[in-house]
Design a protein around this ligand. Structure first.
Ligand SMILES: [Ca+2]
Ligand SMILES: [Ca+2]
Ligand SMILES: [Ca+2]
Ligand SMILES: [Ca+2]
Length: 412
């Protein structure tokens, strides 16, 4: 009789250890609790925000139990640069190991002198620092130093951020971007993040060729759908093979700009999927305190997807851009948004649905092809990031100031 207890105990112990195997991995970053895109606990985010919905998130805690990333995966960020000296980027910035700093020599022969940490294609120098703030915010979503007890967690904990400054605010020239894409190809990036939504621009052959070459080289290119709230997808996001990303809020619905601080998300048949983009806690450079602001727009949705792509490539670096897009699409959460827009299956407002990192990483095989994309007629302004403070001080662009009283970051 007594002996039979041992097997039962063993079974119980095995069941407990199995439960422990699938439990969530929670980073110790001090402000993780505010990062609703990673885990949405439903708490109030800010005054005037859309209501937070429990589970309206990318399911990162479960995803990180599968992988937290790989330091060999390089994510190129084409943006306004990055305030890479911030402590919450420690260890995350890509370093060109073939280049010796400060000797005035192009040691690795890639055509750029002393390009130790990316390149500034706007000023044509080797310091892709950020004086705008947009690129820093984007970079913080993908790859804030994670599990370092400080500030934010990134979607990916280990990938390296290749900082390629190709513009300054809205004045970036796309011919700088084409050069930056060529650099990313040459220096073996696996992902290119383009948080830029231009529905009116005529893209140069140089630019289109560079994007096509990147995808041909196996680079996953992710771009935002643009921020006008209309049925027009950015000319960049609709290039063949590019993953087109729209924006949702903490209620899992498409961002419509109806509440203060919300920035409306463009939609259309070419949209691939949506990701959290409204009210995103981000690193900010407008004051000495980098942790008191949120940002909204498809600019913020795009790096959430880029971060998940980095995890998918960490899981299997052989995956092609088309396979990555199919995995993201077939694993996205359908029917979580506004029922009038998020109809069963793919729709023009949510694409395949809201990105779900855990389901994406759980889905080994089972890839299904996507329907061919439709061409869209294009017109409209270049997108802007709406960055605002918790106390209502307007920092940049787009919407009027408003007061947020309940959103306060506190260091433990
Ligand atoms: Ca060089
Ligand atoms: Ca050098
Ligand atoms: Ca951190
Ligand atoms: Ca749907």
């Amino acid at each position: 009789m007594i002996r039979t207890k041992h097997p039962i105990r063993s079974v119980c112990a095995a069941a407990i250890s199995l439960l422990q195997l699938v439990q969530a991995r929670v980073p110790n970053d001090s402000l993780f609790q505010y990062q609703w895109p990673l885990k949405n606990t439903g708490g109030q985010l800010c005054q005037g925000c859309t209501v937070n919905k429990v589970g309206a998130d990318m399911h990162m805690e479960q995803a990180w139990d599968i992988t937290t990333g790989d330091s060999s995966i390089i994510v190129a960020i084409l943006d306004t640069g990055c305030k890479w000296r911030l402590p919450d980027f420690a260890g995350r910035i890509w370093i060109n190991k073939g280049e010796i700093a400060g000797n005035g020599i192009d040691d690795d022969g890639n055509g750029f002198v002393d390009d130790v940490r990316g390149w500034d294609f706007h000023d044509n120098d080797n310091d892709p620092d950020d004086i705008d703030g947009h690129g820093t915010s984007v970079a913080s979503v993908i790859g804030s130093a994670t599990n370092d007890k400080l500030g934010f967690a990134g979607v990916d904990w280990k990938c390296k951020l290749m900082i390629l400054r190709d513009g300054q605010g809205d004045n970036g020239l796309l011919n700088n971007s084409a050069k930056a894409i060529r650099y990313a190809i040459k220096m073996k990036a696996r992902i290119i993040n383009i948080s830029r939504g231009d529905t009116g621009a005529v893209l140069s052959t140089e630019y289109k060729d560079a994007v096509a070459a990147a995808i041909q080289a196996g680079i996953v290119v992710v771009a935002g759908s643009a921020n006008d709230g209309v049925e027009k997808i950015s000319v960049i996001a609709q290039l063949p093979g590019v993953i087109a990303v729209g924006s949702t809020g903490p209620d899992d619905r498409r961002a419509k700009g109806l509440n203060p601080g919300s920035v409306p998300s463009n939609y259309g048949d070419r949209l691939d999927l949506v990701a959290p983009g409204d009210y995103i806690p981000v690193l900010d450079i407008s004051s000495a305190e980098p942790y008191n602001q949120m940002a909204s727009g498809t600019s913020m949705a795009t790096p959430h997807v880029a971060g998940v792509v980095a995890l998918l490539l960490a899981q299997d670096p052989r995956r092609t851009p088309a396979q990555i897009r199919d995995i993201l699409c077939s694993s996205a959460d359908d029917l979580v948004g506004d029922p009038l827009e998020d109809t069963p299956g793919r729709d023009k407002y949510y694409g395949c649905g809201r990105v779900n990192a855990y389901r994406a990483l759980s889905q080994v095989g089972g890839i299904r092809p996507l329907p061919p994309s439709l061409r869209q007629k294009l017109n409209g302004p270049i997108e802007a990031l709406n960055l605002f403070t918790v106390d209502g001080r307007r920092v940049m662009k787009s919407v009027p100031a408003y007061g947020i009283k309940s959103f306060t970051f506190t260091e433990p």
